[in-house]
Design a protein around this ligand. Structure first.
Ligand code: SF4
Ligand code: SF4
Length: 161
């Protein structure tokens, strides 16, 4: 399984469970949900905690700006109660985008710094953690719909197709 990487694969990362990426104190924080996740959360009885902007769905925020599912101990209520949480939470600090039907995996270091993520400099190199990202995307059906291409291919060639 291949992809186009846009991150330094040597950077070490292991989540320190600080909860910062769950939005506490971030006015611009938004967690986008995939359609299958909207369905799952609705079946859990949480449809009133999902907001829609245009064609996109997001989790609601608490008054302090954090995710509605972040508890006072910085733990995810969904993960704790259901052993399930959204793909975009599972893959952080990675993000993904689709260009010309090709999956691009990247790490937005500006955003990582902004949320004061405490996970860098420890754990396994990012390059060894991509399978987790692909698994999360497979779970929400994203890999079914898009090409994943070899990192040895020329990115310019692929993206200009
Ligand atoms: S769903 Fe859980 S992991 Fe995701 S942002 Fe909310 S609290 Fe954090
Ligand atoms: S900000 Fe970084 S270290 Fe903190 S919970 Fe999120 S991923 Fe983990």
């Amino acid at each position: 399984m291949y992809f186009i990487p846009r991150f330094d694969p040597r950077l070490k990362f292991e989540c320190a469970k600080c909860g910062n990426c769950c939005g506490r104190g971030l006015n611009e924080w938004l967690l986008e949900l995939y359609p299958v996740e909207v369905k799952i959360l609705s079946e859990m009885g949480y449809s009133d905690l999902i907001v829609k902007y245009g064609e996109h769905y997001f989790l609601s925020r608490s008054k302090d700006g954090s995710c509605i599912f972040l508890d006072k101990d910085n733990l995810c209520i969904l993960r704790k109660e259901y052993e399930w949480y959204p793909a975009n939470c599972r893959i952080f600090p990675f993000s993904t985008t689709i260009i010309n039907n090709v999956l691009v995996i990247y790490v937005n270091m500006d955003y990582v710094r902004k949320v004061r993520c405490k996970g860098f400099g420890r754990g396994a190199p990012l390059g060894a953690q991509v399978d987790n990202v692909l698994d999360a995307l497979r779970d929400v059906g994203v890999l079914r719909d898009y090409f994943v291409v070899s990192p040895s291919s020329s990115e310019g060639d692929i993206l200009s197709r």
